[in-house]
Design a protein around this ligand. Sequence first.
Ligand SMILES: Nc1nc2c(ncn2[C@@H]2O[C@H](COP(=O)(O)OP(=O)(O)O)[C@@H](O)[C@H]2O)c(=O)[nH]1
Ligand SMILES: [Mg+2]
Length: 239
Amino acid sequence: MEKNKYSILLPTYNERENLPIIVWLIIKCFEEHDHDFEIIIIDDGSPDGTLEVATELQKIYGSSKIVLKPRPSKLGLGTAYVHGMQHATGNFVIIMDADLSHHPKFISQFIALQKSQDLDIVTGTRYEGTGGVYGWDFKRKLISRGANFLTQILLQPGVSDLTGSFRLYRKDVLKKLVDNCVSKGYVFQMEMIVRARQFNYTIGEVPITFVDRVYGQSKLGGSEIVQFVKGLLYLFATT
Ligand SMILES: Nc1nc2c(ncn2[C@@H]2O[C@H](COP(=O)(O)OP(=O)(O)O)[C@@H](O)[C@H]2O)c(=O)[nH]1
Ligand SMILES: [Mg+2]
């Protein structure tokens, strides 16, 4: 049997403090479990010099492990994933935030679950079992819960965390989903799961703890919430 390779997509915007730590943790996780991997960093011209830090990391760990696919300016998270995916050489793709909200220690559980049930997608969940959210204020928790609750009612996707962005995909499955997704921004994560259900892909869930970023600023704003509701209603009307 051919060995699996995992391509980890790390989109970054102003993550110079977080990047060395997350990269170190990812590498530690993969070396412990002897999985083949590459980390693809998609930096969107971060003014804080994240790309220079990434270049240093590439010198340390080598260009087969750290792949740099920068873009000149902040073009958004959705297209950052697409851009990264186009350069992925693994047969599996892992998507996660670079701000340490997603701990790489969960990746081995994602991989084990995928293998045990031959799944197409494994998604982290903050809303099942031992999963949880730490460091968010009441408003942010309410928004996330509300978005998940609304989506559960309208679309019944059968997955407990629809807005999370810590996931593992078979690469061909991810490609098919991306080709069929219409939304951009935060609603994109939810649409991916809804489309996956449409195509009858198998989805597993691993409880994760999500810890709010310590360094830097979140990019969630009011316009993202409006976009989410619009996208949700669009999917409700069309699927
Ligand atoms: N390449 C790229 N990365 C982005 C962009 N916006 C956010 N990110 C990264 O995407 C991840 C999630 O963003 P974040 O602001 O933490 O979102 P939040 O956790 O939902 O508040 C982090 O690793 C960010 O650095 C963008 O426009 N381009
Ligand atoms: Mg974050």
